[in-house]
Design a binder for this molecule. Sequence first.
Ligand code: SF4
Ligand code: ZN
Ligand code: ZN
Length: 358
Amino acid sequence: MGRRYCKFFSECKKKAVYKIPYTNLYLCKEHFIENLEKRVRRFIEKKHLIHPWHPKYSRYREKILIALSGGKDSQVLLHVMKHLYPDEIIEGIYIELGISHGDYSLDSEKIARATCKKLDIPFHVADLKEEYGFSIDDIYELKNIFHENNWSLGSGHFRGQCSYCGTFKRYLINKYAAEHDFTCVATGHNLTDETTSLINNFFNQNMLFLSRMDYKSDADIEKLVPRIKPLYYITEEEITVYAYFANVNHLPTECVYAKQANNLKLKDVLSEIESYRKGTMISLMKRYQKVLKPIVEDYMENQSYQSENKHNKCNQCGFPTFANRCNFCKTVNFLQDRFRQAENRLDINIFNENAKNL
Ligand code: SF4
Ligand code: ZN
Ligand code: ZN
């Protein structure tokens, strides 16, 4: 940073410790924290992600459920939201997925729980194995059993761990939010994640996913609580720096299955491009929102995909889906069948037969 000084206001004479990427703004520690929070607040208010309570105008307070993983993004989101919106009802939820490698899940939950306690935020847990009989680690074991024994899967196939994990987290968080009258669910997705998904969907020519990419999901659909991404225009690097300056505790290690994620390499490539072409990510996302998204949406309107964009009620669980049965129920049915098959054939015990939803 050399001998630069904070440019926040002319009266700040402190030494600058960070330069906001893609700008010429050099800031001291305190003003970087303030600047990031201000940008998040401006974004939330400009895009109407929430309607902050005001004694004169607001009829109700927002009830915001923050999806927590113990990682830096959701931990920073929790701090920023609590600081910006002390008058709204803010609660946290952690999904216990059962990833035991190096006590990953246990440690993640401890950190999320402790932060909620520190910030006086109610903390909730939904446990995949308790509710549906298996964990993410169990699925990994199941896949190995089928592979080693060369058993046929009949109809259906196994997917990657992160694909299962994403489906379960999305469903369980929405279910909890819908059943407890939350007005929205906030997640810690940042600019780097979103740009990576954009490029990935573009490479795969996945028009359906492209058309659904946004900082706010559908509102006014029964049992589908709107999801918001307040850190949409904040880079992963800025979140790391905020966590460091604001002493936000988070799990430093990565999930053991992260290396299987397809997006990881793409994220590295994008970060490298960003390092010598500052502002690439933010301009890509802003261009996408302004220019490409309306074109993709128009294209989808005129395609046979139209039917895939209409919400139905899942004929098994009653939650919204684009098909007759939701992806979550289909996935759980498939896995529960295969677990029972493996246990009957090998006389082993992985599956929790006392799960609530069998
Ligand atoms: Fe889930 Fe994959 Fe993230 Fe691990 S890396 S927590 S399996 S999404
Ligand atoms: Zn300053
Ligand atoms: Zn369902």
